[in-house]
Design a protein. Structure first.
Length: 328
């Protein structure tokens, strides 16, 4: 019987999450590369590159090799994979690992082959490419091997994958260009318009995680943020409340919920009935935003539950994919 892969990699737009068999999640770092345009060399990868974001000299660029579910740079993608594979293997780096790697469902066949080849070039002895929605379902504890309808809503950094899965296949699916990054951008735009303050991506991300809310329920929370005044150009600070962020956050939550309803309408009645009984499972890094589950439940009429450790389920499911498939 096949075992879990040595390494399972969630190749996300915003973050790379790495699962190692027997250890669990060992790496969670930004899918970023600090690239020196003058020397055409990579200066830093992952968390080290994030630390440079917004603080780099003119010759350095913070590059995401994947953007909105597609590969933007094949060479840098290979370097990104090599870095994280070697980091995950540690002292065992001389042993070539078996790697399962999840990819966004909208990747083309050419892009999938590029990811596979990049993984081999990065040191893998065997590579399995896993559809992201199926990896998410496995990691969330759903039984994808039975002829029963399961619905997964995976809110990643760049996109949201919405899929109905049955008998190890994707029956109905859609990918929309709304993810955690879109919620972050919404906060940046809101603060600039409402409070006349320029803030960076890291500040907006911290605000989203701390007080972001797409629902009017829950106690009000506040956060003091610092940035640059739009008019004077000088440093300034303001206090944001979770209540004032509801409207800009809710708008994106409603768009995700509408796409969920569209997929359900296109699903076979028997499978739709299964989903109604079993509920919808929400996962991905963006699933941590409060209130999104409530919006989906309200719009669809189906109970929506957030998976345990939602930001980790794709990586865990990717690592377990080979052994699950061996049961068929």
């Amino acid at each position: 019987m096949a075992q879990a892969a040595d390494i399972g990699i969630d190749l996300g737009t915003t973050n790379i999450v790495v699962y190692v068999r027997g250890k669990g999640i060992v790496i969670r770092e930004p899918a970023l590369i600090a690239y020196d345009r003058d020397s055409e060399r990579v200066r830093a990868i992952g968390e080290d590159a994030r630390q440079m974001l917004g603080r780099t000299p003119g010759n350095l660029s913070a590059v995401r090799p994947l953007k909105t579910g597609s590969i933007t740079d094949y060479v840098l993608t290979e370097q990104l994979l090599r870095y994280f594979i070697q980091k995950a293997m540690g002292r065992r780096g001389f042993i070539k690992p078996r790697i399962a790697i999840s990819v966004p469902s909208r990747l083309t066949d050419v892009e999938r082959r590029a990811v596979e080849e990049a993984s081999y070039q990065a040191g893998a002895r065997e590579v399995v490419i896993v559809p992201e929605p199926i990896a998410a379902a496995i990691g969330a504890g759903l039984d994808v091997t039975r002829p029963v309808g399961n619905m997964i809503v995976d809110i990643g950094g760049g996109v949201t994958n919405i899929a109905v899965i049955s008998l190890n296949g994707i029956v109905q699916a859609v990918t929309i260009p709304i993810g955690g990054d879109a919620f972050t951008e919404q906060i940046i735009r809101y603060v600039r318009k409402r409070h006349m303050l320029f803030i960076g991506e890291q500040t907006a991300e911290a605000v989203k995680l701390r007080i972001g809310n797409a629902s009017t329920s829950g106690a009000e929370q506040t956060a003091v943020i610092r940035g640059r005044n739009v008019v004077t150009g000088l440093p300034n600070e303001v206090t944001l409340t979770s209540t004032e962020l509801v409207e800009p956050m809710m708008d994106l939550g409603e768009k995700i919920a509408e796409s969920v309803c569209t997929v359900i309408r296109q699903t076979l009645p028997e499978l739709a009935g299964d989903i109604s009984r079993r509920g919808i499972v929400l996962c991905g890094g963006g699933a941590g935003l409060r209130g999104v589950d409530e919006i989906i439940t309200k719009r669809s009429g189906i109970v929506t539950l957030t998976a345990d450790n939602p930001a980790s389920v794709v990586a865990v499911g990717t690592g377990r994919y080979p052994e699950v498939m061996a049961q068929l």
